[in-house]
Design a binder for this molecule. Structure first.
Ligand SMILES: [Zn+2]
Length: 208
């Protein structure tokens, strides 16, 4: 890619959120000074998976800002222009800091199908993705929105994110009371056992 932005770091947060300092090639979508956010994963944009829109499964070599390339802690950051998205100028940049993980969660929920109002939903995993899932799922007005988490400090944030109940992952009695109860279970533990290991998922979810 020839077109590149040079970004100036404004926030020491993920993903890269900044204002554009220099545009080296003419790009109509943004101008110097515009607030922008850059996708972290550097999908190639050319392989079959990328063409399908599944850039998370890009067949090219792994490349990600902050891991294989300098991250947003740098004074200036160069990223491919196709990964840059302009933000509304009248919104605080801090609120954009979690846009990328929020977009990942939203994409997954939309692909699986957002629950209908009144459904019973569980989220397994109290990391950032699990908590973001709660925030998005509560907009569907579920009858129950249960968080199962393994870290008390993280799980304590559950009610503020919309959880109607929080169950500790080590609470066998509490987990037993949840088995087979849900219309949808969101797995956000990054653990192959995940929701299945907690006994929360059922055939209906797996068939979706
Ligand atoms: Zn690709």
């Amino acid at each position: 890619m020839n077109r590149r932005y040079v970004l100036r770091r404004l926030l020491q947060v993920l993903p890269a959120v900044a204002s554009i300092l220099i545009v080296t090639f003419a790009v109509v979508q943004a101008a110097p000074g515009d607030p922008v956010v850059a996708e972290g994963l550097r999908a190639c944009g050319a392989c079959d998976r990328c063409a399908e829109g599944r850039t998370n499964l890009c067949a090219a070599g792994y490349a990600e800002t902050g891991f294989t390339h300098p991250g947003a802690l740098a004074e200036r950051l160069v990223v491919p222009a196709r990964l840059v998205h302009r933000l509304p100028a009248d919104r605080p940049l801090e609120s954009a800091a979690l846009l990328e993980p929020a977009a990942c969660v939203a994409s997954g929920l939309l692909e699986a199908g957002m629950p209908l109002p009144g459904m019973r939903v569980a989220v397994v995993g109290d990391g950032p993705l699990g908590l973001l899932a709660l925030l998005l799922l509560q907009t569907a007005s579920p009858a129950e929105l249960v968080l199962v988490g393994g870290r008390p400090a993280r799980s304590a944030l559950g009610p503020r994110c919309g959880a109607t109940r929080v169950v500790a992952a080590g609470d066998q009695e509490g987990l037993a009371s949840l088995a087979g109860r849900f219309d949808a279970v969101v797995e956000a533990t990054n653990d192959p056992a995940g929701a299945a290991g907690q006994g929360l998922s059922d055939d209906r979810l797996e068939d979706r």
